[in-house]
Design a protein. Structure first.
Length: 427
């Protein structure tokens, strides 16, 4: 893909339907659980992206037989029955947060030495709370550098701790990794969250996938989980479309006054990011919740004051809807977005300002005022969500280009083609 892509404005409301690719979050969770299961698992509807390829390749390096057929959205995994066959591995995780955090927890049940590393940005993304949790549980776990970030080295003879405590204030992925590993441990484990837990819907997603493969989990009190060491059983498992990716298409309806249906999602989807639709309804949109689809109907928008802690991956999307609303929008309680693929608070505010939109940065979020975006090239910071969300501005204003559009390959390689396909009839 070229160094930049110019988004063509639409001339009338966008109406249509689309099915985004499979969820990255679900694909990587299902891959890890399938690797630990007894027997064979076939995953369907899987996402073909850098993040999912990283996860599949790493499991292969750990001695798990993983056969990918991305052309048919399928992966077959021969589970290792709660074991890690390889006694040594050097795992390269690019900038995939789910991969390095889940795999760090997974390696704790192995018998050997494992090193996990990633690209330059990954070496700036905190992992110390997970490393500390494993170290306190008797695993020799360390960060090689002095900034509490990868590379991580795990030296282990298996996990035999009945209690693990972990911080949940920076990322819910630390807890998700520990939860998914726990059924393969040598004994039942109680996992306690210390302090705040961000992005709780992602934990609920993790628990549901675990239970689908036979895990037994109790939550005797909030944010305390008792996981039985009963293992997993392989099965056929279908991956939902990505709800975070769906947010961009819902936003298309919102800003163009159109009507867009996303197939394959529903009110009770495993992914909490379907809650983004509720945010658009609060801004004035209509919505139809069906058994296997969600439709957003664009109507005049109004600014809102919203806590997006539980749907923080869609905060960038809402920030790019906000300029087209009447009144100011304040996005709150997403401070943990600063340690994702980029500082997603500072980057969003900087790029909105680059486009001539009055926006203000706060420690926990941002304020966006109404305005008409001006011609500019949006910097994307090697962050797939910056590219996908800021493309929305170009549907309403001419001259908006997205730098490094190929960065969407992290989770949605064909995003710009799908966006064009949805909008093609009204350009």
């Amino acid at each position: 893909m070229s160094d930049s892509i110019e988004i063509q404005p639409v001339s009338s409301p966008v109406c249509g339907s689309i099915r985004p690719p499979g969820s990255k979050s679900l694909t990587n969770r299902a891959l890890m659980i399938a690797a630990l299961a007894d027997g064979t698992t076939t995953l369907t509807g899987v996402l073909d992206s850098v993040d999912t390829q990283v996860m599949a390749n790493a499991l292969g390096q750990l001695g798990i037989l993983v056969e990918t057929d991305f052309a048919n959205q399928s992966i077959t995994v021969q589970g290792a029955g709660g074991k890690i066959p390889a006694a040594k591995a050097d795992l390269w995780c690019e900038n995939s947060g789910t991969s390095i955090r889940f795999l760090t927890a997974l390696c704790a049940i192995g018998n050997g030495t494992y090193r996990l590393d990633g690209n330059e940005r990954m070496r700036e993304r905190p992992i110390a709370p997970l490393v500390a949790a494993l170290a306190n549980a008797g695993i020799e776990a360390t960060c090689e550098l002095t900034n509490d970030c990868p590379p991580v080295v795990i030296k282990t003879n298996g996990l035999n701790a009945d209690v693990i405590e972990v911080s949940g204030a920076i990322s819910s992925q630390y807890l998700s990794g520990l939860l998914m590993m726990a059924p393969a441990a040598q004994c039942d484990i109680t996992i306690r969250v210390v302090g705040e837990l961000v992005s709780r819907p992602y934990i609920d997603m993790t628990l549901e996938v675990m239970r689908s493969f036979g895990a037994v989990i109790e939550e005797p009190e909030p944010n305390q989980f008792r996981v039985k060491a009963t293992g997993y059983t392989g099965r056929e498992y279908d991956i939902e479309p990505d709800a975070s990716a769906a947010s961009y298409f819902f936003a298309v309806a919102a800003i163009t006054g159109g009507e867009v249906t996303v197939e394959g999602l529903h009110r009770n989807a495993l992914q909490g990011d379907v809650g983004f639709v509720d945010a658009l309804v609060e801004m004035g949109c209509g919505a139809k919740w069906n058994t296997n689809s969600i439709t957003v109907i664009g109507k005049p928008l109004k600014g809102i004051d919203i806590d997006m802690n539980t749907i923080s991956d869609t905060a960038q999307t809402l920030a790019c809807v906000a300029p087209f609303a009447e009144g100011t929008t304040r996005i709150r309680n997403v401070a943990h977005n600063r340690v994702k693929e980029t500082d997603r608070i500072q980057a969003v505010v900087d790029e909105l300002q680059r486009a001539g939109i009055n926006a203000e940065e706060h420690e926990d979020g941002m304020t966006i005022h109404p305005g008409s975006p001006q011609s500019t090239t949006i910097h994307t910071y090697d962050d797939h969500r910056m590219a996908m969300s800021f493309a929305l501005l170009g549907l309403k204003s001419p001259g908006i280009s997205i730098a490094d559009p190929g960065c969407t390959s992290k989770t949605y390689p064909h995003y710009f083609e799908d966006l064009e396909r949805l909008c093609r009839g009204v350009q």
